[in-house]
Design a protein around this ligand. Sequence first.
Ligand code: P6P
Length: 323
Amino acid sequence: MTTFHDYLQQQREQHHLCPQLTATVQSIADACIRISEKVRLGALSGVLGEAGSGNIQGEDQKKLDVIANNLLIEALRRQSAVAGIASEEEDSFVATDENGRYLVLFDPLDGSSNIDVNISIGTIFSVLEKPSGSLNTESFLQKGSRQLAAGYVLYGPQTLLVITFKHGVDVFTLNQNGEFVLTQASPKVPGQTKEFAINMSNQRHWEAPVRQYVAELLAGETGVRGKNYNMRWVASMVAEVHRILMRGGVFLYPKDARDPSKPGKLRLMYEANPLSLVLQQAGGASCNAVEDMLSIEPAGLHQRVAVVLGSKEEVEYVRRLHG
Ligand code: P6P
């Protein structure tokens, strides 16, 4: 079976990728193997529960949030190709090698409210080219289409790594020797689906087009869509995105009236953009209900965004409802 190390060599040769880019992605994957070792042991490794600290998002940090964040930062500090890091768990960017070429952005452990109840969680990562000149926050504020690589590691029944260098998507499984090996080449997101994912408890807070869209799905074959739909909500975006990559579906976390100042709950730079690149590279679609996700010009490192992603037919249907 093809190891991730050999795959990166193949990708370098086939797509003329910079060795420093693949070395950077290798270091992310290696850090995620160590994160997986911690996640797998749970209470046995003393990593469950609250860290007793908070992050810039205003969220209480779990011990594993902090552990995962530190493991990734330590690994990337050892990569001379990396100039800077942005993390959901860090208020501002972290400058690393002043001669580095790349910027790495990540959510070290997304879905961490699920950690203590043993539901799948994930690491999400994105790699950008560092612009010329001195490093500052603006260096990171590049739209999603400028990502050079993106992916996630899903800590579920299996530990899976999903990666794109913008030449398609590939899936790796962590084996018993602690190596990622290629287990699925070029998965494609089905263009149509009968499965949607949204947190229905927010229904009264949604804007009219989203309320209409979900009402039509719930009407099933008795309504205008003419087919019955099923619903899922894991409250772990990486798990939802992977399900969609594997069998199709549509995921929505729309803007809602709970906090009109926020365009959505999820973060653009290190959640929506990398996951959107993966799905678009696999034939799916992603937007904020009115604009293609990868075209959005970022205004802030921790900027939030509304998210509609998944099977192309459904994403386009939601966009049409928004006029
Ligand atoms: P809610 C996890 O906290 C997360 O950022 C995503 O992974 C997930 O899709 C969403 O928030 C869940 O939000 O409001 O349902 O708890």
